[in-house]
Design a protein. Structure first.
Length: 139
């Protein structure tokens, strides 16, 4: 996968760095991983400065549909997207608009990682919630 990511539980932040060409399947695998480790409510920094994408509008619509279907998994943390090229900023802004239409969440697009990190650290993380634990009942 052309993405590497790291979780900082102390700051409740997930740092994601694209290092190649991302397709829809790559993003879906990333979302699966983030859901599995229970960090949906964490802040997320998505750095696209070293990556590119093959996704088109239909791919972004499919990803937003996935977000819509997963609303019951609990609160989502804020997302800062760092994009330097005009093409990446266009994709990021489209994703921002679609994600905010699915569920109220804080998503912002930035030109610089430093500014994105400053904004993200000032944003509150959502309370942690693991839906699999909430639904587990001891007989």
């Amino acid at each position: 996968m052309p993405v590497r990511w790291q979780v900082d539980h102390a700051s409740r932040t997930v740092a994601i760095i694209a290092e190649g060409t991302l397709g829809r399947k790559d993003i879906e695998q990333l979302l699966d991983s983030i859901e599995t480790v229970g960090t949906l409510s964490y802040r997320k920094l998505f750095d696209m400065t070293l990556g590119s994408t093959t996704m088109d509008t239909d791919d972004l619509l499919a990803l937003c549909d996935r977000l819509r279907q997963a609303r019951d998994l609990g609160p989502r943390g804020p997302v800062a997207i760092v994009a330097v090229s005009e093409e990446h900023r266009g994709h990021a802004r489209l994703f921002q608009a679609m994600a905010q239409s699915v569920a109220p969440r804080r998503v912002k697009v930035f030109h610089e990682r430093r500014i994105a990190c400053e904004w993200l650290s000032a944003e509150p993380a959502e309370p942690r919630r693991h839906s699999w634990r909430d639904n587990y009942k001891i007989a």
